[in-house]
Design a protein around this ligand. Structure first.
Ligand code: PLP
Length: 395
């Protein structure tokens, strides 16, 4: 049997605390560690594995594309990226797509596109209003756009031009608008902040306000996009049409793929403004196309909604029985407020008993299973969670 010490872990740069586990294999909703122990995974690579671990669709797409064409260079067209872009355009309110390799990079692209548009159409306006607790990525500009507590003092100086408003408070946005403002950017659900939802009314009011003031509306759907909320894109719930959207995480089903989508009138990059060595490479685009086809199959998104409702009901029942806090979220992006800072303990206890959960805040648990998780797996998770709550809240 393998030990953790059998792996040369000290060669990796120290960036976070990790449990003494090395995962070696995955299938669907399940992961196996170095010692052969099995875990039910409700983290799924951080809401990344839309179809679970190592799904047949992705294995087939990778194998076929790897044997055909991996990267002809971003200076030439390739078929998989064109096909995936067309499918995204067919199923959204956008007309153009630029592929990237991470959510942060897609958001960098959105910021650049908005700034370019401001240069062209708003007299050099460049400020993008973002929100407290927002998470847009880990590049310098996307960290500056984020409103994550504790990041204010990190890697100074920040990129200027990202004043912060309060989610679901239209007045707080209005007060920040001036001649320098070019756009408003937000996540339909703030995932990393602990699953804090922008209300549909707020999104509609924000769309009306940005229209009235001649500003762009940018939605960061890196976490909420690609079926996570039960619709293909989160903005659909509010019935709005944003100007720019970014995708990441689920679009690659586990491989590095992200996208920047924009309405035709917003597309103002000139040749040379934007690019990247791996952007739109056929290998990743072929995977994205396979993931999207799976999400568009008849009944798939209804399944996400049904499993989401099952998860919500189960969490609400646990919360009532144990006197915990609110259940938040949509589709298969849900959170349970524990009403006390017990998140880390619950996560640790669950893991020791073969269940992987995430605690984005000390008092909050987040649930982001594969979108094709089964009803039985949700019941298994709820039972495991109940056990972990019983053991940790009693202490
Ligand atoms: C994860 C995330 C990002 C960053 O994506 P990376 O691929 O880690 O760069 C950006 N925005 C949101 C809403 C996210 O959840």
């Amino acid at each position: 049997m393998m030990q953790v010490s059998d792996f040369p872990l000290n060669a990796l740069m120290e960036i976070t605390t990790r449990p003494p586990l090395v995962f070696v294999r995955g299938e669907g909703s399940w992961l196996w560690d170095h010692a052969g122990r099995r875990y039910l995974d409700f983290i799924q690579g951080w809401a990344v594995n839309a179809l679970g671990h190592c799904p047949p669709e992705i294995r087939a797409a990778l194998a076929e594309q790897a044997a055909t064409l991996i990267n002809p260079s971003p200076a030439f067209w390739n078929a998989p990226s064109a096909r995936l872009a067309q499918r995204l355009v067919d199923h959204s309110c956008f007309q153009r797509v630029f592929f990237a390799n991470s959510g942060a990079e897609a958001n960098e692209g959105a910021i650049k596109l908005a700034r370019k548009w401001g240069t062209r159409h708003r007299g050099g306006a460049y400020e993008i209003i973002t929100f407290d607790h927002a998470f847009h990525g880990r590049t310098l500009a996307t960290m500056s756009a984020s409103g994550k507590p504790g990041w204010d003092a990190l890697f100074e100086p920040k990129v200027p031009g990202f004043p912060k408003a309060t989610l679901n408070d239209l007045g707080s946005v209005e007060r920040l608008i001036n001649d320098r403002t070019v756009a408003v950017m937000l996540e339909p659900i703030q995932g990393e902040a602990g699953v804090l939802c922008a209300t549909d009314d707020f999104l509609r009011a924000l769309r009306a306000l940005t229209h009235a003031r001649g500003l762009l509306l940018i939605v960061d759907e890196v976490q909420t996009g690609m079926g996570r909320t039960g619709r293909l894109f989160g903005y659909e719930h509010a019935g709005i049409e944003p100007d720019i959207m970014t995708l990441g995480k689920g679009i690659g089903g586990g491989v590095p793929l992200a996208a920047l989508l924009a309405r035709e009138a917003t597309c103002c990059f000139e040749h040379g403004d934007q690019g990247g060595t791996y952007n739109g490479n056929p290998l990743m685009a072929a995977v994205g196309a396979a993931v999207l086809e799976a999400l568009l199959a008849p009944g798939f998104l209804q399944g996400v909604t049904a499993r989401g409702e099952q998860l919500e009901r189960g969490l609400a029942a646990l919360s009532r029985q144990r006197g915990l806090g609110e259940v938040r979220g949509r589709g298969l992006l849900m959170a349970l407020d524990l009403g006390r800072d017990a998140g880390a303990k619950v996560v640790e206890h669950a893991r020791a008993n073969g269940l992987l959960l995430n605690s984005p805040r000390p008092n909050t648990l987040r649930f982001m299973p594969a979108l094709n998780v089964s009803a039985e797996e949700i019941e298994l998770m709820l039972a495991g969670l109940d056990g972990a709550l019983a053991a940790t809240l009693a202490q």
